[in-house]
Design a protein around this ligand. Structure first.
Ligand code: MSP
Length: 517
């Protein structure tokens, strides 16, 4: 066995009742950046995404579309795959819950729960919200203006009375609390962890885990009248994809427990309470972390189909550029908080931070090298304090960014990269290489070398967020494909003086609003 470290990261699997939008792209983008970063950092990475295709909500959407559920889910699932390809996501697997491998895994975990004595037959009498695929207690509900009962999420609930199998969730509260206590980074951010802890401290009810009034789901082993509750089905995808029920060797041994389940704040309870309880009951290890990110609004308004303000990530990328959108989403909002999308904010970051700060830095430096150094990496002379300070900052970046990304601090990581970009721009102004051309060409060569080497570090570090733009930048520095991972940041990776560079071209265009006067 190789001792190369592994990293397993998952997105939620998306309901196929809807067209993909910016919220879906956001969750997967965050995972893509982590997956890319870890690969460059020498890990074996497994990055999983997919679609959640069972349950009443999907069944109803299929009906409304006049299609049988499988035809419908196959079509909509494809839209999510297409979005992932378009966004340049690098998932290693795309799971659909209608696949045989998944049905097998669901039935296997069900059997484990039965064998452990954690499942019993009863009947569910109470409120259910199809939109959330969740059960609610009377005390959690409010009434809207029409007197209809509403869940805290805003979804309408309906009264349900049917035979149901239950999972003995009530028996797991203390063990969950002990687990949170022993693993303070299991749920992040901390504010969310506190919410979950107080929810569990408030006492857990047993959970209804099967339904009998519709058919679109995984049959309960040994009782075909029942299908499994869609959340038990959906959560199991994380182990299906590493080969469960096969737990000896293979991908399960290599990748489970997952390093990170990335989720939106709305589905944290399912991942941080129900899922760990199912896993403990089945005798399986728990994921190392569940991170709940915030929600996007659109120019201050909640995003919803009925308001007609859904943001299509494809339209955004066609307008501003894909890497620009990837950058914006992770830079604009402290990860974990809610954030607002506005075109003004998008354009400001695109023109300010990408075109001006980073784009101009690279363009200025590479053009000066093209003009004054015969298009070759210049040969540096002895370094001065200002030179080693900037190079030191660039060389220190990996450690800082690695720590920040290990806590899902995307905005902090980007800010750290920009500290070095700004430092490099300050250095250009101080050293004024255009003046040195006549006065001291040897010093000019040193300054341009220091800058080119700094840009190389920056471009390697920014690859996970902006893969295409950084590919172009590294092409302009004539870096071969195998000199782009983080080993190239160590000793021996530095730019080789005399290396021929191609003609420089801008990487980050300014956005000019063609509709504006
Ligand atoms: N199918 C379940 C997840 C099962 S995981 C075992 C589900 N699907 S979903 O399609 O409704 O949502 C998937 C993810 O998209 C969630 O993490 C949710 O938070 C995220 N987003 C949906 N709208 C969003 C925004 N407006 N902003 C940010 N993310 C949001 O839940």
């Amino acid at each position: 066995m190789s001792d190369q470290p592994t990293y397993y990261v998952t997105t939620p699997i998306y309901y196929v009742n809807d067209a993909p939008h910016i919220g879906h792209a956001y969750t997967t983008l965050a995972c893509d950046v982590l997956a890319r970063f870890k690969r460059l950092d020498g890990y074996y990475v497994r990055f999983l995404t997919g679609t959640d295709e069972h349950g009443q909500k999907v069944e109803k959407s299929a009906e409304a579309a006049g299609k049988d559920p499988l035809t419908f889910t196959t079509e909509v699932s494809q839209n999510f795959r297409d979005l992932a390809d378009f966004m340049n996501f690098t998932h290693d697997d795309f799971i659909r819950t209608t696949e045989p491998r998944h049905i097998k895994a669901c039935q296997a975990i069900w059997q484990k729960l039965v064998d452990a004595g954690d499942i019993y037959l009863g009947s569910y009498v109470g409120w259910y919200a199809v939109r959330d695929e969740a059960f609610y207690g009377e005390d959690e509900l409010t009434k809207n203006a029409d007197g209809v009962r509403i869940a805290p999420s805003g979804a309408e609930v309906e009264w349900v009375e049917e035979p149901s199998y239950f999972f003995k969730l009530s028996a797991w509260g203390d063990r969950l609390l002990a687990y949170y206590d022993a693993n303070p980074d299991f749920i992040l951010p901390e504010s969310r962890r506190n919410e979950v802890t107080s929810f569990v401290k408030g006492g857990l009810n047993d959970l209804s885990v099967s339904r009998t009034t519709f058919k679109w789901g995984v049959p309960v082993p040994g009782d075909d009248e029942h299908i499994m509750y869609v959340w038990l089905d959906a959560l199991t995808n994380y182990i299906t994809a590493v080969g469960y029920p096969e737990t000896d060797g293979g991908n399960y041994a290599k990748y489970w427990p997952a390093d990170l389940h990335m989720v939106g704040k709305d589905i944290l309870r399912f991942h941080a309470v129900y899922w760990p309880a199912f896993l403990m009951a089945a005798g399986l290890e728990l994921p190392k972390r569940v991170f709940a990110h915030g929600w996007w609004t659109n120019e201050g308004q909640k995003i919803s189909k009925s308001l007609g303000n859904v943001i299509d990530p494809i339209e955004l990328a066609n307008r501003y550029g894909l890497d620009q959108v990837r950058y914006f989403m992770l830079r604009e909002v402290p990860f974990g908080n809610d954030g607002d999308f506005s075109h003004t904010a998008m354009i400001n970051r695109m023109n300010g931070e990408l075109a001006n700060d980073f784009g101009n830095l690279a363009q200025r430096v590479l053009s000066m090298i093209a003009k004054n150094c015969d298009g070759k990496v210049p040969t540096p002379g002895p370094f001065e304090a200002d030179d080693t300070a900037l190079l030191g900052q660039a060389q220190g970046l990996l450690e800082v960014v690695r720590d920040q990304l290990d806590r899902q601090g995307f905005n902090h990581a980007l800010e750290s990269i920009w500290v070095v970009i700004r430092a490099a721009n300050g250095y250009v102004d101080r050293q004024a290489p255009w003046k040195l051309k006549k006065e001291d060409p040897a010093r000019m060569a040193t300054v341009l070398y220091v800058l080119a080497e700094t840009i190389r570090h920056l471009a390697i570090m920014a690859q996970p967020v902006m893969p295409e733009a950084m590919e172009k930048m590294l092409d302009q520095l004539a870096q071969s494909a195998d000199a782009r991972d983080f080993t190239a940041l160590g000793e021996g990776g530095a730019l080789v003086p005399g290396l021929d560079l191609p003609k420089p071209e801008g990487v980050f265009p300014r956005f000019v609003d063609e509709d504006a006067e």
